[in-house]
Structures are given as C-alpha cells and as structure tokens.
Design a binder for this molecule. Sequence first.
Ligand code: HEC
Ligand code: HEC
Ligand code: HEC
Ligand code: HEC
Ligand code: HEC
Ligand code: HEC
Ligand code: HEC
Length: 370
Amino acid sequence: MNISRLLTTLFGIALFLPAFTNAFEDDESCLMCHKYPKMGRVTEEGVQKSYYVMPNVFSRTVHRNVPCRDCHSYIKELPHKPVKEGVTCNSECHSIENPSTGKPFSHEPIYNVFKESVHGREKIAQGLEKDKPYCITCHTNPLYNEAEEAPPKEIVDRCVVCHEDEAFANKWYNHTSRRIREVKRSSKEIVALCSSCHADKELIDRHVKAAAKEGRELGRKFPYAAIAYQDSFHGKVTKYGSTDAANCLNCHASPKNYYMSVHELRPSRDPKSPINKANRVNTCRQCHKTADENYAAIDPHPTHHKEDNLFNYYAEMIYNIVGNIALFGLVGMALFETFGRRRDGVNWVLRAGTSWRRKHRKRRARYSDQ
Ligand code: HEC
Ligand code: HEC
Ligand code: HEC
Ligand code: HEC
Ligand code: HEC
Ligand code: HEC
Ligand code: HEC
C-alpha cells in the first residue's frame, strides 16, 4: 500500500467513525452522560447496575430508531430526577408512526394477547406474579443486525428507479428482508428459555402450593414438564442437535400465526390450546403425517412419578428389582466361583492373554489340565 492510499484510507476511517459510533440520533442528549462506561451504581439490594449505553451497539439493535424517551417516558426533564419506574412495552412511541395505520407505533396488540396468556402480567408485578416472564425476560434487545450485509446492489438500484433516495431503499430493504427470512430461536434456545423457569424446582413448588391454596387448577404435567421433556424422545434428539424434533413451542404454540401465538400460550385445559385433547392430533400431524388419536395420546412429558403415572412408577420399580437381582446374582456367582477356585489353588493373574492360572498344586485338583 503506498503512502497516499494509506492516508486516504485513514482519512476515510476518520470521516466514517463519528457517523458510525452515533449511527442513531441522540436528539435528547442522553449520551452526554450515558456514554461513560463506568456509569452505574449498586442498589439497596446490593445488585450492581450498569447505566452505560454503548452507542455503537445500540445503533445496530432493532430499537435503534426509537428515541430514548419514547421508552423511558418517565424522564421528563434533564438532568433527570432519580427514576424508579420501568419501561413498559405497550406504551406508544411518540416519534414513530405505524405506516399501515398512521397511528403512533406500539406493541399493544402483542401485549394484549400476552395479557390473556398463562404468563400475562404487569410490568411492575407483585408476589408470585413476579415469577412470570415479562417481554424483556425473553427479549433482551440483541444484535439481530450484526451479520446483516449491505442489501444487494441490483435490488436497491431497482427501488431507486422510483424512490430516488438510496437511504430509504436500504432501510426498508433491511426491515423487510429480515422478516421474510425465518429468524427464529433454535430449538435448543427455546428449551433453555422455558426450562429456566419450568425446571426451577423452587419456583414450581411455590406455584403448586399457591394454586392448591387458591383452589386454582394447574396442568397435570406442570410440576414435571421441563425435566420430563429431557427424557422424552423429542428432548433427547434435540439435545444431540436435531432441529426437526418438537421443541416446547412447536406443541404449545400454533404454527399458524406463530409469531403471535408464542405470546398467547394457554394451558392444555383451554380449548384454544394446540395441545388441548381436541387439537392434539393436528399438532402432532405437523410433523408425524400419519398420527392418529392413539399416537397423539403418547405422553410428551413422560415421568415415573407415582402421582403422575402409576404404570411407569411400578414398571420402573419392578425393572429396578429385577435389574438388581440379576446384578447381585451375577456378582455373587462370580464371587463364589473365585472363592472356590482360590481354595483349589487357582489364582487370577493376567498373563499371555489368559487370566486363571494354577500357580502350584497345593490341593486336590478339581479339573484335569488337559
Ligand atoms: C446530566 C447527566 C445525565 C443525562 C443527560 C441523562 N442521564 Fe440518565 N442518569 C444519570 C445519572 C447520574 C443516573 C444515575 C441516577 C441514580 O443513580 O439514581 C442516571 C440513570 C438513568 C437511568 C436508570 C435509573 C434507574 O434507577 O433505573 C435511566 C433509565 C436513565 N438514566 C435514562 C436516561 C435517558 C433516557 C436520558 C435522556 C433523556 C438520560 N438518562 C439523560 C445522568 C444523566
Ligand atoms: C425500546 C425501548 C428502549 C429504548 C429505545 C431505550 N431503552 Fe433504555 N431500557 C429499556 C428497558 C426495557 C430497560 C430495562 C429496565 C426496565 O425494564 O425498565 C432499559 C434500561 C436502561 C438503563 C438502565 C436502567 C436500569 O435500571 O438498569 C439505562 C441507563 C438506559 N436504559 C438508558 C437508555 C438510553 C440512554 C437510551 C437511548 C440511547 C435508551 N435507554 C433507549 C428500554 C429502552
Ligand atoms: C416467554 C418468552 C416471551 C415473552 C414473555 C415475550 N416474547 Fe415476544 N417472542 C418470543 C418468541 C419465542 C418469538 C418468536 C421469534 C423468536 O423465536 O425469536 C417472539 C417474537 C416477538 C416479536 C416478533 C419479532 C420479529 O422481528 O419478527 C415481537 C415484536 C415480540 N416478540 C414482542 C414481544 C412483546 C412486546 C412482549 C411483551 C408483551 C413479548 N414479545 C413477550 C418470546 C417471548
Ligand atoms: C415502479 C416503482 C416502484 C418501485 C420499483 C419500488 N417502489 Fe416502493 N413504492 C412505490 C410507490 C408509488 C409507493 C406508494 C404508493 C403505494 O402506496 O402503493 C411505494 C411505497 C413503498 C413503501 C411504503 C412507504 C410508506 O411510507 O407508505 C415502501 C416501504 C416501499 N415502497 C419500499 C420499496 C422498496 C424496498 C423497493 C425495492 C425493493 C421498492 N419500494 C420499489 C413505487 C415503487
Ligand atoms: C420467567 C419464568 C418463565 C418462563 C421463561 C416461562 N414460564 Fe411458563 N410459567 C411460568 C409461571 C410462573 C407460570 C404460572 C404458574 C401459575 O399459574 O401459578 C407459567 C405457566 C405456564 C403454563 C401453564 C401452566 C398451567 O397449568 O396453567 C404453560 C403451558 C407454560 N408456562 C409454558 C411455557 C413455555 C412453553 C415457555 C417457553 C416459551 C415458558 N412457559 C416460559 C414461568 C415461566
Ligand atoms: C410433543 C409436544 C410437546 C412438547 C415438545 C412439549 N410439550 Fe408441554 N405439554 C404437551 C401436552 C400434550 C401437555 C398436556 C399433557 C397432559 O396433561 O396430559 C403438556 C403440558 C405441559 C405443561 C402443563 C400445563 C398444561 O398446559 O397442561 C407445561 C407447563 C408444559 N407442557 C411445558 C412445556 C415445556 C417447558 C416444554 C419444553 C421444555 C414442553 N412443554 C414441550 C405437549 C408438549
Ligand atoms: C416439530 C415437529 C414435531 C412435532 C410437532 C411432533 N413431533 Fe414427535 N417427533 C418429531 C421428530 C423429528 C421425531 C424423530 C423421528 C425419528 O427420528 O424417527 C419425533 C419422534 C417422536 C416419537 C418417538 C419415535 C417415533 O418415531 O414414533 C414419538 C412417540 C413422538 N414423536 C410423539 C409425538 C406426539 C405425541 C406429538 C404431538 C403431541 C409429536 N410427536 C409432535 C417431530 C415432531
């Protein structure tokens, strides 16, 4: 590389940098303070909190076009007062309009089905409600766009024929192309997400006790669901990398309207649930084309707990007893045999591929050497 090219490159980077680190508009000057990495504090409960917002990371998240105060709407003035409230995901954006309705954009439609689901809760929840996931439990504003390449030039060129502005074309290309490709969590990620609560024994116990006290119904499989899934055929093959076997959401959410349905999880006793007895065959048929009522009755959360499955419980017990008898019988027989042979002066030595050898004729031989 000659010196003039190097200089041009460096100059190019220098020109590009400010645009890159502040790729979103900080109209409200929040970053004046929040761009400092050490910003944060330790709460009364002793939790270390970071108030650092990484501009070049934020500018690549899905929320990059949302001004800070559209979400942190409780901040009314600068410098702001200490804040206690959290961000609710169903509030209206003041700055972003929904192009299809012309109204301020909001996640309200998703929030409304979520509210009706098994996990429905308020942002600021009390007591056992706190155990349920809120939007940000599952959505942590990750870098969906990290690997996004520049839109193919031939497509942008085509948009520009009419839309004139290349930036407009780029922006909308990225917005739609991400949704046309199926961007979903992997099966393993979904199992880990649901299991982070449904395999938490203490959380489960709290809810089983509370439901019993309130006389409220919980699914028969509620206490075992996530652990038992690991023992199921689907769970095992998923663990070893299969992406075809059913994960939690393939059964608990409807494949039609998947992206809405994952927010509308209902218990199996609800007739609208895809795993309600009436709908179960169709749910299995997504993948098992020939499934019938009998096939659909196979337990996807198999356990051998007495109160869950009496047959498996006794089958497991008998299997253990028979297994143990066989094991102890074999070991016992081997011990008797060893004892008998030693008494006859035959010892166990590893030599030249054979193990039993008579060292010296001390006693009466029971077997002839030929
Ligand atoms: C003048 C400096 C300054 C500016 C400008 C500023 N902040 Fe802050 N911010 C702070 C300080 C200091 C704290 C820590 C306050 C505390 O510990 O209670 C904080 C804390 C926060 C918190 C966390 C509070 C909590 O207790 O959970 C949020 C959220 C926040 N700021 C958002 C914003 C937003 C949004 C803007 C822009 C509208 C903004 N800040 C602008 C100084 C600033
Ligand atoms: C899409 C909505 C959204 C946007 C846009 C957004 N935030 Fe946040 N921010 C959140 C959520 C949600 C949290 C997690 C805390 C909560 O639930 O209230 C959070 C947390 C924070 C915290 C830490 C507070 C804490 O209690 O841990 C700070 C500081 C902060 N944001 C500052 C900013 C700044 C500065 C911007 C603009 C560059 C911004 N946020 C843009 C939604 C948003
Ligand atoms: C129990 C976990 C969970 C909770 C709680 C949750 N979501 Fe989701 N959300 C998902 C899953 C799973 C998907 C499907 C896409 C994927 O797999 O990442 C999804 C998809 C979405 C999408 C579509 C994203 C896209 O680009 O296509 C939006 C928007 C969304 N959720 C918003 C919300 C809002 C708002 C809330 C709160 C009312 C919420 N979610 C609560 C798990 C959750
Ligand atoms: C033949 C001309 C033409 C081409 C090529 C074209 N568009 Fe359009 N586009 C239009 C017209 C005209 C409208 C508005 C009229 C309407 O509503 O149908 C529009 C509307 C839009 C809108 C809705 C804007 C809003 O705010 O309502 C988006 C987004 C859009 N086009 C993106 C694209 C993208 C991305 C491409 C390239 C892949 C593209 N268009 C190619 C003519 C074109
Ligand atoms: C943050 C913790 C958490 C996460 C993550 C979570 N759940 Fe839950 N789930 C709960 C709590 C708490 C309940 C409510 C128990 C009650 O009603 O007392 C519940 C209830 C349920 C129920 C209904 C139980 C019944 O019998 O009424 C189903 C079904 C369910 N969750 C499935 C899932 C699936 C599938 C996922 C993964 C996409 C998931 N959950 C993720 C905490 C969680
Ligand atoms: C092959 C389909 C399938 C898969 C995969 C699956 N489930 Fe289930 N799940 C069911 C069915 C069917 C029931 C109802 C069983 C019954 O009561 O007989 C159920 C019951 C439950 C229940 C009890 C509440 C209720 O609705 O009855 C919870 C909680 C639950 N599942 C969570 C999960 C979690 C978490 C995962 C992933 C780790 C998962 N399920 C994977 C089909 C499935
Ligand atoms: C998302 C797809 C999908 C869904 C939905 C699904 N399964 Fe499966 N299931 C699989 C795959 C893949 C295998 C592994 C098949 C193989 O390798 O032979 C499998 C294996 C099984 C097996 C063990 C072996 C066999 O070949 O029969 C049983 C039993 C089973 N599923 C039952 C069910 C039941 C009952 C339902 C509905 C409640 C269901 N599955 C829903 C994908 C699915």
